[in-house]
Design a protein around this ligand. Structure first.
Ligand SMILES: CC(C)CCC[C@@H](C)[C@H]1CC[C@H]2[C@@H]3CC=C4C[C@@H](O)CC[C@]4(C)[C@H]3CC[C@]12C
Length: 870
């Protein structure tokens, strides 16, 4: 691994190099584990993680001293990286080989001194590394930190150049712009370090921009921040009866931030964590259980109204003047916040344009590193300003409570009414259930290697060759005819999807760090009008592969089709990263009868804590079932979803019972509009009824940022009993699978073409569009628990976003009430169509109890007692 710096030049840390470094230890700036508190904790390994803080950027770096600046140099030695089974454990990187590159200054760096672990999450790439000895650990941390600082300063320098170009080319008078003071750029002077050709191109590009919305907004913001700072100072002197200078203020701010990063004992309990939560972890552990199931938390969690009333009252001692100041600070914070949101949006757009320009011109070669930095710095800038607001908001009072007060007010004032009531926050996905999450992170923080899909996923040259061959063969293959067949079902949705790019996910999350997240609400604009039960049904889109398997006599070839089916379920992810499915309420069901495919599917939400969805499908050729639950891990920029249930398929003709695991799905850049999904890891398919063959599929983890061609690669082998490869296949989970070892080498599967205007319809495939359709003849046959009858989801489908928000709150509130009633009676919810049992391997599984279709036929759901969910 090396740190991808200024065109991979001198400023690199390489695994094999020459320059030795001193092992002076930079203490992480954001150590969140207080030693006294931590000694009480039992799960030492969790609390041992720390997130390395941002280094202050030296804004005085001019072109010359940038060049003179001491470059951190190359780091000699090696780190070990984590591998999955069969090579599970820590392995040395092979020598002399380039193992990937990332810009360390942009990555979230988490370190664990005790385990000598260093994790880097750069959004696109995620590295888990370990140093062999404490000495080399310190050396690496020191070196990496130095590189981070160097890169940040370098980026700041480029950023200054950008501002300069901006001020020149946008013809805006920025003479009084405080941004310039802030950046201390030598406006007007040429930038020796930045190639003049680049400056020219950037300026030309800038001239085609909207006239400096972002610059204006940032200028305004800077002035508002100054005002805010004055207000805060005033307030402080008023309350403490003494004048405070800037230095004092800064000290108070940082002390309070430290306090804030240390959650109250109470919240530790809420989260089920035995470790002090860092900012990043707080984000990572948002769980549906925190957010939706406050009942089990008993009285330790204050309800929102209680909380607000206790927090919203300023300390009794404050005078009316200071009350007024408090109010001014709040409203000024809101203004700053609004400016930042606009600026952030403008920057995101500019970033996209810049990236487009960059990838389409030769500019790419000369400026990649600098532009990269520039773009990210713009984001960082906004982020740090966000942090600054937080800092300023707390500086009037050193207690944690005052922070909450300000933020609580801010949330109430800032978000539309519907946000401030309770609803699910990204449900089970972002919000691992606390116990599960905790267990998984503690396992993970050491050797488990769960999230590393890269072991056998490293494409060597032969693989690269093979995959380009597969791609070429696939591009020639025509899509299956049935994809274009008219099903008589709807081909579009009633309304287009809402634009949710304005929903400041980061703001929502950051505003609620360290707080009772069971009360954090997410806007419905983030949802898509299908729920997870329907999303699981989407995995049957290519059920014809199972039909083919059932008609294939050769067991090895049969396995190839089963494997293609296992892969096909992931295809839809390519277009589905902007919205999240609805979280089904406990007892919610979804049926799907597809005469055209000969499949009947039924699913039910069988558990709420942890959330578990169970499903079962039957056809003349096969049975299919699975129950799914997920563990999540947030790494700072990416979120990994680790499904834990197994998928099962039986084939009627041969009596085969195939069983396989699911791979990790990673949402890269989860907080930004550059979000995308990646699947990685290994799938092992076993036939429980025969050991004639097994199948191994590798979802290759992409290694280099930007190398789009190799993204989403899949490779597979069918092995006989002795481990010999009988069939080999490969391709891409979004493009198709080709098998070149069949008697007639062919494309086994290719995804259906996306419907027209799919981008406007949540990225849905035709199959997904059909999912929530409610026809008049179907309606009376459905149980009232069927998702199609869920009112909030229907409203969203019709494009009525505000009503959706309201209705969603109601549905969720009803669920809470039902839970309370059950808890009072000491009863537990019993799923209606699935029962819990143990599978052959002793795992707890949910299987269909056979009653759904019987009741539907006779006496019909209209004639029996049903749950009333909404
Ligand atoms: C901020 C928001 C809107 C981001 C969007 C999050 C989306 C991309 C997330 C939320 C829930 C996620 C799904 C949760 C569970 C599974 C089952 C797993 O076996 C395959 C991936 C899949 C299907 C995930 C795909 C990605 C997903 C849909």
């Amino acid at each position: 691994m090396d740190s991808h710096g200024s065109s991979l030049d001198h400023a690199q840390s390489q695994l094999s190099g020459v320059e030795k470094v001193s092992s002076s230890w930079h203490k992480p700036t954001h150590s969140r584990s207080s030693s006294t508190a931590s000694s009480r904790h039992s799960r030492l390994h969790i609390k041992d993680w720390e997130v390395m803080g941002d280094f202050p950027v030296d804004v005085n770096f001019t072109g010359e001293n940038m060049q003179d600046a001491h470059t951190p140099g190359i780091c000699d030695g090696y780190l070990m990286k984590r591998r999955k089974s069969p090579l599970k454990g820590w392995h040395k990187f092979s020598k002399g080989k380039m193992h990937g590159a990332l810009d360390v200054s942009l990555a979230v760096m988490s370190v664990n001194k005790k385990a000598r672990r260093i994790d880097l999450d750069a959004g696109d790439i995620l590295y888990h590394m370990k140093a062999k000895t404490p000495d080399s650990y310190y050396t690496w941390i020191t070196k990496l930190s130095a590189h981070r600082m160097y890169k940040k300063n370098e980026a700041a320098h480029v950023h200054n150049g950008f501002l300069q170009a901006l001020s020149q080319s946008s013809h805006l008078s920025h003479k009084n712009c405080p941004m310039q003071d802030m950046g201390k750029s030598n406006v007007g002077e040429p930038l020796p370090c930045v190639n003049p050709a680049i400056n020219g191109k950037v300026s030309a590009w800038l001239q085609t921009q909207e006239p400096g919305i972002c610059a204006q907004e940032l200028t305004r913001c800077q002035m508002e921040l100054n005002e805010l700072q004055q207000l805060v100072q005033k307030l402080h002197s008023l309350e403490s009866g003494q004048t405070v200078n800037n230095g004092d203020l800064q000290r108070i701010i940082s002390m309070q931030n430290l306090l804030l990063d240390k959650p109250k004992k109470k919240s530790e309990k809420i989260w089920g964590h035995s470790r002090t939560l860092s900012r990043v972890e707080a984000l990572g552990t948002l769980s549906s259980s925190h957010l939706t199931s406050s009942a089990h938390l008993g009285t330790s969690v204050p309800s929102i109204p209680d909380y607000v009333s206790t927090q919203a009252t300023p300390p009794a001692s404050t005078s009316s003047e200071s009350k007024k100041l408090h109010q001014d600070i709040c409203s000024m914070s809101l203004k700053v916040h609004a400016s930042l949101c606009t600026a952030h949006e403008a920057l995101a757009q500019e970033r996209q344009r810049l990236l487009d320009t960059w990838s389409s011109r030769e500019l790419h070669h000369t400026t990649s590193a600098q532009i990269n930095n520039l773009c990210s710095l713009a984001e960082l800038d906004v982020k740090s300003r966000h942090t600054k607001i937080h800092k300023l908001s707390v500086s009037s009072d050193s207690s944690e409570e005052s922070f909450h007060t300000v933020l609580q007010r801010k949330v109430c004032l800032f978000l539309p009414k519907t946000y401030s009531s309770c609803s699910h926050f990204l449900a089970e996905y972002f919000d691992a259930c606390d116990e599960l999450m905790c267990a998984s992170s503690s396992e993970m923080s050491d050797e488990s290697g769960l999230s590393d899909g890269s072991s056998n996923s490293e494409p060597d040259e032969a693989h690269a060759m093979a995959s380009s061959k597969y791609r070429a063969s696939l591009s020639k293959a025509a899509p299956k005819l049935n994809s274009i067949k008219n099903t008589g079902r709807r081909t579009t949705l009633p309304a287009v999807c809402p634009d949710n790019s304005h929903v400041g996910l980061m703001t929502i999350l950051y505003n609620n760090i360290g707080k009772d997240l069971s009360r954090v609400s997410m806007p419905a604009a983030l949802n898509e009008p299908v729920c997870l039960l329907q999303r699981l049904c989407e995995e049957l889109e290519y059920s014809d592969l199972l039909d083919t398997a059932n008609h294939t006599d050769d067991p090895y070839q049969r396995m190839v089709y089963i494997a293609a089916f296992a892969i096909s379920g992931y295809a839809t992810a390519q277009y589905r990263n902007r919205y999240k499915p609805f979280n089904p309420v406990l007892g919610e069901t979804f049926e799907c009868i597809r005469e055209d495919r000969g499949v009947s599917y039924i699913s039910e939400q069988v558990s709420h804590h942890p959330p578990i969805s169970a499903c079962h499908a039957e056809s003349n050729n096969f049975n299919f079932w699975q129950d799914q639950r997920w563990k999540n891990k947030f790494w700072g920029k990416s979120l990994e979803i680790m499904p834990t249930g197994m998928v099962n398929v039986t084939l009627k003709k041969y009596g085969d019972h195939y069983e396989w695991n699911k791979v990790v799905t990673c949402i890269h850049n989860v907080l930004s509009q550059q979000r995308y999904l990646e699947h990685y890891g290994e799938v092992i398919i076993r036939n429980l009824k025969s050991s004639v063959c097994t199948c191994k599929i590798t979802f290759v983890k992409s290694r280099y940022w930007g190398s789009d061609g190799s993204k989403n690669e899949v490779q597979g082998q069918v092995l006989d009993e002795t481990g010999n490869v009988v069939h080999r296949f490969g391709g891409f989970w979004h493009e198709g699978i080709f098998c070149d070892t069949l008697p007639n080498p062919q494309c086994i599967w290719k995804p259906n073409p996306q419907p027209k205007n799919y981008i406007m319809y949540y990225g849905f495939s035709s199959f997904a569009m059909e999912m929530n359709e409610l026809t008049p003849d179907l309606k009376p046959l459905l149980p009232p628990t069927d998702t199609r009858l869920r009112p909030d989801q229907r409203l969203l489908e019709e494009g009525k976003i505000e009503e959706t928000d309201k209705k969603k709150d109601e549905v969720e509130e009803k669920q809470r009430e039902r839970r309370k009633i059950l808890a009072k009676r000491g009863e537990e919810h019993v799923p209606r169509f699935f029962r819990k049992t143990l599978d052959a391997a002793g795992r707890e599984v949910w299987i269909y109890n056979g009653t759904y279709w019987k009741i539907r036929d006779n006496p019909g759901f209209a004639n029996v007692k049903n749950l009333e969910l909404w």
